[in-house]
Design a protein around this ligand. Structure first.
Ligand code: SER
Length: 885
């Protein structure tokens, strides 16, 4: 065990590691978001992710290297989480990185120094692996005093690290801590790399020195880079004298909560049953908290799906532990208590995270209930002891989100096994389909023409904030059907790259500009503008040609359309601010679309926005418009912008310099957002703001669609036209429409009442003949009849009529086809009839299946519905027979 002065808690270890490297000249970087900058990488999964541009030589660093503690999510091993002491979906990776500034020898020396001197780990407990032919690293460890029998050589699988099939990669050297002979498998050949828990790998030093090519060759990179990653929770376990990741302080804080909630007891070396479930809940709850607070929302694809899956697994394991109610938000609170100091974003977004978690948990509970109905039905169709087919288990998994473990558990309870192999086959086929859709890896793959262009050309200079026309723009590239071409002729559809442009490329929800590119003999209409990694593509149709690379053209944006876009974009900011003011600070933008015709704004909120709230929101926005406030745009540093209170998009990435768009006074702006879009110069230009609709786009995300200026007028005109048409149809003045409708409704109601009375009262033919047909059963008289045109609720009135018209003990069985085309049945009897043996509930129960339904009730009154109206005659005949009529 390490000495007591050494860092022991997770927080102490984190600080000690970062300080060690900062003291040695490395620049401290905060963890990047779990949403990576790299579009082809789903989730941050290694410390090196945020340094990718440095490895690629696109960015350079003055310091000798960098250090960070990175939030990571990895779910490739999701099935084994909880089954050992080493795997988790969420973990913190401590790292140091260098792009030519730190030698291999220095990196190894530091790793050894930190391990033995700062963490106080005994050298004889440390084991080192090196890549098969990496004599250099072997010799370095030897020169640092590591014994020969503490160094082993492992092959490509273990000791060569590549973030993807091509790109920077290199041999690595891993450092293991020997947990002691009594831990682990006990086999004589147990050594680093063994699957058991004895040798715990806590640090991976990757010497990123090659650049693997498509053809497999590996030329050296310009620099000998370094990328090291230490698992923080693993180090905590070591420093706290534990053998398992899950027995370290933070994880134990979560597992204890699981014990409290479920009453289950955690056993550190039990890797099945309740202990496994407790680990899974603790781990997944952390992932869920960090993912949502970084801006990921549950969905059915991409990272949203990873989140949903983790959240559902946690809930499901809660159920396995016998927890029936919602419990996950308690874990969010506990994660925040344990980790909020290191990650303030957790505390800041707690309300939002908990709102999303509880709504999702509730939905999933519903899913579990629905899946249960499907499963019970599937099981009821099986013969005794028959196996549930894999396809049914897959269907439950895929359609109902019903975890297979749960299917197995319930099926076993009913005496059936589940064809797991069949299930796995279906899963594998699905994975194959998914794989085919996913490109990319930790490095991402950018090998299309736009990657090439963004690698070789400077980013397009956007000059369109104030102007919408520009002369003298140079054509830097022309792309046709995904290939770079030198010229374009009349009639061709191409994408044109200019050095500078006034065209806004689709970004931040604002759609791309349209307009015209032209020069002497050339002209092309631009139908859209898109950005690819800073390079703007003008999607153009060449009307007069040719156009060649190097040509100089004028670029003219469709002015009117752009003005409409400016107004709608500014209105979006006003709406965002008004939503926060009326609904609360948990409102965060979850998506937006700014088009010339309208704007659409998606935001986090847990229930429908009421009509009253919508009216207040609209009023607030219009008040800002009528106050004719200037819209001010400033460029500043990101930190300065945040300090000035600018709203940053939840989960969005920003560069060092940002644009800040403010409405209102400097000291008390109504709205202040980071935004690269084009805006009105003054709120008055927006003219008028009208909300057109409010709806839901999924759990916890609401959508508002709105119109401004000309769009708002068109909307109001349309409404006015509809109102005028309504008035004319109602033959009244516009201001009389509501009263006229109310009076028509009153008349209609009166007519309906009369009709009902006619149908159910004794005066109707059907009723009269039903009463006439009453059969005398001795103890009471019985009416069995079908009465057309009645709703289920009317059958009770019909029974009242029967009772009034027939004196003495009486009972009935009546049926009708409702206006929906479904059958309705009623059976009822007076107290005397019931005393004489009539049982309404029993009769209904017996005959309802004949109309495809079920039902029951008390002896004196029972009702049923069904699916099959054609069965009414049979049902009534069965009633007669049963009652002896
Ligand atoms: N990139 C390496 C890893 O993820 C080392 O940081 O293990």
């Amino acid at each position: 065990m390490p000495a007591s002065t050494t860092p022991t808690t997770t927080a102490e270890i984190r600080s000690a590691f970062l300080k060690f490297f900062e003291d040695r000249g490395c620049k401290l970087f905060p963890s990047s978001s779990l949403i990576p900058d790299d579009p082809s990488l789903l989730l941050a999964n290694a410390g090196m992710n945020q340094f990718k541009p440095y490895y690629q030589g696109k960015k350079t660093m003055h310091e000798i290297g960098a250090t960070s503690c990175q939030k990571c999510v990895r779910t490739n091993d999701i099935d084994i989480i909880g089954c050992d002491g080493r795997h988790a979906s969420f973990f913190e990776m401590l790292g140091n990185f260098s792009f030519g500034g730190v030698s291999k020898e220095q990196a190894c020396r530091w790793a050894l120094e930190l391990s033995t001197e700062v963490f106080g780990l005994p050298k004889d407990r440390l084991h080192f692996t090196v890549f098969t032919d990496d004599d250099e690293t072997h010799d370095i460890w030897r020169s640092l005093g590591v014994a020969e029998d503490h160094i082993s050589r492992l092959g490509e699988d273990d000791n060569f690290w590549a973030a993807g099939p091509t790109g920077p990669c290199g041999p690595c050297s891993e450092i293991y801590y020997d947990m002691g002979e009594d831990v682990g498998c006990g086999r004589p050949d147990c050594a680093p790399g063994c699957d058991c828990d004895r040798f715990l790998e806590y640090w991976n030093l990757v010497f990123t020195q090659f650049d693997r090519q498509e053809d497999g060759s590996m030329p050296e990179l310009p620099h000998r880079n370094l990328d090291t990653g230490m698992g923080l929770e693993r180090m905590s376990a070591i420093m706290q004298g534990k053998t398992s990741f899950f027995d370290s302080d933070i994880m134990q804080g979560l597992i204890k909560l699981g014990e409290e909630i479920s009453g289950a007891a955690y056993v550190s070396d039990d890797y099945e049953g309740p202990s496994r479930s407790l680990r899974i809940i603790a781990d997944h709850a952390r992932s869920v908290d960090f993912m949502i607070s970084d801006g990921i929302l549950p969905s059915n694809e991409g990272r949203g799906y990873v989140l949903r899956r983790l959240l559902r697994r946690a809930v499901f394991h809660g159920r396995l532990l016998g927890v029936s109610g919602a419990f996950l938000t308690r874990f969010i609170d506990r994660v925040n208590e344990l980790m909020g100091d290191a990650y303030p974003e957790l505390v800041k977004n707690a309300t939002l995270v908990k709102g999303i978690v509880s709504a999702e948990e509730e939905r999933f509970s519903q899913t579990l209930d629905n899946g249960r109905v499907y499963l019970d039905e599937a099981l009821s169709k099986l013969a005794e002891g028959e196996t549930l087919p894999g396809s049914a288990a897959f269907m439950l998994h895929d359609t109902f989100g019903f975890p297979v473990d749960l299917t197995v558990e319930i099926a076993e309870g009913a005496g059936h096994a589940v064809d797991i192999e069949g299930f796995n086959r279906e899963m594998e086929a699905q994975r194959e389909r998914a794989r085919a859709n996913v490109k990319g890896d930790a490095w991402g793959t950018f090998n299309d023409v736009w990657t090439e262009l963004s690698d070789t050309l400077a980013p397009t200079e956007f000059c369109g904030y104030d102007a919408d026309e520009l002369e003298g723009a140079r054509v830097l590239a022309i792309v046709r059907d995904g290939e770079r071409v030198e010229r374009a002729d009349a009639g061709e559809a191409v994408e044109v790259v200019l050095d500078r442009t006034p065209f806004y490329a689709e970004m931040g929800g604002q759609v791309g500009d349209t307009g015209v590119l032209s020069s002497g003999d050339f002209s092309a209409s631009v139908s859209d503008t898109k950005a690819h990694n800073g390079i703007y593509a003008h999607v153009a149709h060449v009307e007069k040609g040719p156009l060649a690379e190097g040509d100089v053209v004028s670029a003219t944006v469709d002015h009117h359309r752009r003005e409409l876009l400016r107004r709608n974009h500014t209105a979006t900011h006003l709406l965002d601010a008004a939503l926060k003011e009326v609904l609360g600070e948990h409102v965060n933008q979850a998506g937006s679309l700014v088009t010339p015709e309208r704007l659409r704004f998606d935001f986090t909120h847990f229930e429908a926005v009421t009509a009253d709230e919508l009216a207040r929101i609209e009023e607030l926005v219009n008040r800002e418009i009528f106050a004719a406030k200037p819209v001010v745009t400033q460029e500043m540093g990101i930190d300065e912008a945040k300090a000035a209170g600018a709203v940053a998009l939840f989960g969005e990435k920003y560069g060092d310099r940002v644009r800040v768009v403010s409405v209102g006074t400097e000291e008390r702006p109504f709205s202040r957002e980071l935004c690269g879009g084009t805006h009105a110069r003054n709120t008055a230009e927006v003219g008028l703001f009208r909300i057109v609709s409010e709806s839901s786009t999924g759990a916890n995300v609401r959508r508002i669609e709105a119109v401004t200026s000309e769009g708002a007028i068109a909307f109001l005109e349309d409404r006015a036209r509809l109102l005028a048409e309504s008035a004319s149809a109602l033959k009244c003045r516009v201001d009389e429409v509501p009263a006229r409708i109310a009076s028509l409704q009153k008349d209609l109601h009166a007519v309906e009442q009369k009709l009902k009375a006619a149908l159910t009262g004794g005066a109707s033919d059907a009723m009269a003949s039903a009463i006439q047909g009453a059969v005398d059963l001795g103890a009471y008289r019985l009416v069995v009849a079908e009465l057309p045109g009645l709703e289920a609720s009317d059958l009770r009135s019909a029974w009242d009529t029967v009772r009034q018209k027939i004196e003495g003990p009486v009972a009935c069985v009546l049926a009708s086809v409702t206006s929906k085309g479904t059958p309705a049945l009623i059976a009822a009897g007076t107290d005397e009839a019931v005393a004489a043996g009539f049982k309404a509930g029993a009769i209904i129960k017996q005959i309802a299946p004949l109309v495809g339904g079920g039902g029951g009730g008390r002896p004196n009154m029972a009702q049923a519905g069904g699916k099959n109206a054609a069965g009414i005659a049979d049902a009534l005949a069965a009633a007669r027979t049963a009652l002896g009529a």
